[in-house]
Design a protein around this ligand. Structure first.
Ligand SMILES: [Zn+2]
Length: 223
């Protein structure tokens, strides 16, 4: 369960404690980083002590909505990267109209536990830049949208050991559920499109992406 501020970080931890097989992230989304400072970092550090926490995020840069000034977003993003490095946790990275700036920060700050470019929408030729940094690339329901030909090419270009799929629920419900509140139950629609463009079976795609996610987030083996 992915957090977007201190309150949802605490909720994600509480939920993951009660539900087997669920894990939490802690982080402050670039939309919500107003007032982000050293106190926020310490609060995240304290929350991250919980055993269910497997990543730092969402963090990143969003220059499309720009709910917060770019300089503040970058300051918060750098702080998340450093905390992830300190705690040896991967990071969950949000990017929108900000790929170059995200890459620049990651080249300076990314820790050894790597992370994931979540709901990645970059062009196919941008995949290598982030894979070379050691990151995973996660494809959301956008890949099923009619006009998303370029993203389908991107989904086909991700190396097999770095590919993830995700819901980004409650957002980005895949076709034919588009416009509804997204649910994990809709993920097979995304899996079907990604499998088709990669010319693999859905079961093979799901086995691969599940394994990749469990390794990245160091989840216990499935029993
Ligand atoms: Zn996001």
């Amino acid at each position: 369960m992915v957090a977007t501020d201190l309150a949802t970080s605490a909720r994600a931890i509480a939920f993951s404690k009660d539900v087997a097989g669920w894990y939490a992230t802690v982080g402050v989304h670039p939309h919500d980083c107003g007032g982000f400072d050293a106190t926020t970092v310490q609060a995240l550090r304290d929350l991250a002590e919980n055993a269910s926490v497997r990543a730092i995020g969402e963090t990143g840069l969003d220059f499309y909505r720009e709910h917060q000034p770019p300089a503040l977003q970058e300051q918060a993003f750098r702080a998340h990267c450093r905390l992830a490095g300190e705690l040896d946790l991967p990071i969950v990275i949000h990017q929108r109209e900000s790929l170059d700036a995200v890459e620049r920060v990651l080249r300076e700050e990314l820790g050894s536990a790597g992370g994931v470019m979540h709901s990645f929408t970059g062009p196919p030729e941008s995949v290598g830049r982030f894979v070379d940094l050691g990151l995973h690339i996660s494809i959301s329901g956008i890949v099923t949208f009619k006009r998303a030909d370029e993203l389908r090419e991107t989904a086909a270009a991700v190396p097999v050991d770095r590919l993830l799929i995700e819901t980004d629920a409650p957002y980005l419900a895949p076709t034919p559920m588009r416009g509804r509140r997204n649910e994990p139950a809709y993920l097979p629609h995304t899996a079907a499109v990604v499998a088709a463009v990669r010319n693999v079976s859905v079961s093979s795609l799901c086995a691969t992406t599940t394994q990749n996610a469990r390794e990245l987030f160091r989840c216990a083996p499935l029993s």
